[in-house]
Design a protein around this ligand. Structure first.
Ligand code: UGA
Length: 471
């Protein structure tokens, strides 16, 4: 087993907390720092503030032995060999990333450096951030031989974050000195050597001892760009398939067949070609805007990304009109909504297309009863329950006497509904599916009027069990 490194992770959001738990899991000694005292207390007492598979297990496995929580950045800095900055980089009004948290943390680290440290950007940041961190630290009187700034972008997805971290497609290490690169390589050695996967209680995933994740050593600037460009490319793929879906819809083709056909080309690949209600979450919208801003600052015209954003907005609007096309008017209509988080498997509602659509339904006078397996609590903070907005504990309670059911995210359980039960629970058997979780033919057979994305809308008529294409 490789030698454990003493690590501080600053910020205990999705990236910071998962990274801290996973660094502990691969044998390092980790201090996770957050200035939110209440959060630190929760974490110390065994609470897990986010919904993430395997995270509770890893935290309870390593808490108070290899991972601890504190709000004391000073002592964490002094104890650590590597300090990972994983604080938020929210979107500012111009679209650029607001780096004030990174700046504040870098200054505080600088004030407490007492021996050589590698300061690693883990948050998604624009190119040149490492330069700024270096300047901030130097300005605070720390000389160059006492620190290096490196970039180690994180590619985990919410909902599968732990498995994504431990079974990464690649590990990108951006460093300018041999010394920093060596420490980062040592940190990831349990994964890159395949050692971790030999352990009996390793978190399962795509990687194994004979197929460990490759390490890519780059410059810090390249590492920063790799992160932004990856997210921007994935968002582009989604907007692309959404437009293709709209063409399919216009001509009566099925986008699922088209996506399969495109994705079988190994140069394109099958992933991130699922048409739907548009992308959301705390990353894609923010990172596409930030990368576009970076390009603008460098005098590079990246208008492609503007289109990606426009198409994404348009996709939500189109879906809303699809719901309208099935119901004609909204005032007083009861609509069951499945899904509030920006995708299935998470409780995160940031930039959720589902919430945008629910707000629009409420605005037009509909009465909404929503269910989401994990995001209800967070959604209630944004849309409190009331006479027009209700929350249900399961899909069937949500569907009770509703004029239609609308599916807005892709929790696995939404794809496994008891269609028979749903049919007699709904007032009218109408389903508008923003995630293509069902086959149109099956839904027709089951007696539903079924509208989805990029596939012909089929209406079940009572007189004849045949499908009619909806206009
Ligand atoms: C995304 C990236 O996938 C991660 O690699 C990255 O590390 C992360 O952002 C980040 O920068 O922190 P995440 O936001 O958790 O991860 O969610 P994704 O699974 O990528 O989904 C993003 C959005 O795209 C969701 O709204 C999802 O429903 C939508 N999506 C995804 C589609 O509409 N179609 C698809 O085919 C895939």
């Amino acid at each position: 087993m490789s030698k454990g490194v003493s690590i501080a992770v600053v910020g205990s959001g999705y990236v910071g907390l998962v990274a801290a738990a996973c660094f502990a899991e691969i044998g390092h000694s980790v201090v996770c720092v957050d200035n939110d005292e209440a959060k630190v207390r929760t974490l110390r007492e065994g609470g897990v503030p986010i919904h993430e598979e395997y995270l509770p297990e890893l935290l309870s496995r390593h808490r108070s032995n290899r991972v601890e929580f504190t709000s004391d950045l000073r002592s964490a800095t002094q104890r650590a060999q590597a300090i990972f900055i994983a604080v938020g980089t929210p979107q500012s009004q111009t679209g650029s990333a607001d780096l004030s948290y990174v700046d504040a943390v870098a200054s505080e680290i600088a004030r407490n450096i007492d021996s050589y440290k590698v300061i690693v950007e883990k948050s998604t940041v624009p190119v040149y951030t490492n330069e700024w961190i270096r300047r901030v630290i130097e300005r605070n009187g720390v000389s160059r031989e006492h620190f290096d700034v490196a970039s180690n972008p994180e590619f985990l997805r919410e909902g599968t974050a732990v498995a994504d971290f431990l079974h990464a497609d690649r590990i990108v290490l951006g460093a300018e000195t041999e010394r920093a690169a060596e420490l980062l390589k040592q940190i990831y050695l349990p994964l890159s050597s395949g050692d971790y996967y030999r352990s009996a209680d390793a978190v399962p995933g795509a990687r194994g001892e004979n197929d460990p994740p490759p390490v890519l050593l780059t410059s810090t600037k390249a590492a920063e760009i790799i992160k932004h460009a990856s997210n921007a490319f994935l968002a582009t793929k989604i907007s692309f398939i959404n437009v293709v879906a709209n063409i399919c819809e216009a001509v009566g083709a099925d986008v699922e067949e088209v996506a399969r056909g495109i994705g079988m080309d190994s140069r394109i690949g099958p992933k991130f070609l699922r048409a739907g209600v548009g992308y959301g979450g705390s990353c894609f919208p923010k990172d596409v805007a930030a990368f576009r801003y970076v390009a603008e600052q460098m005098g590079v015209d990246f208008c492609l990304l503007k289109e990606v954003e426009r198409i994404n907005e348009e996709q939500k609007r189109r879906f809303f009109h699809k719901v309208r096309s099935a119901l004609w008017t909204f005032r007083g209509k009861k609509i069951a909504v499945l899904g509030l988080a920006f995708k299935g498997g998470t409780d995160d509602i940031r930039e959720s297309p589902a919430l945008d659509i629910v707000k629009q339904l409420l605005h037009e006078g509909a009465i909404v009863t929503a269910h989401d397996p994990a995001a209800e609590g967070r959604a209630k903070e944004v849309i409190p329950p009331g006479s027009q907005m209700r929350y249900a504990d399961d899909p069937y309670t949500a569907a009770q006497d509703a004029d239609a059911l609308v599916i807005l995210n892709d929790w696995q359980e939404f794809a496994e509904l008891d269609l028979n039960r749903l049919h007699y629970t709904l007032r009218y058997p109408i389903i508008i599916d923003g995630r293509n979780l069902y086959g149109p033919a099956t839904m027709l057979e089951q007696g539903f009027t079924y509208l989805s994305v990029g596939r012909p809308g089929l209406s079940h008529t009572r007189d004849a069990a045949v499908g009619q294409r909806l206009p």
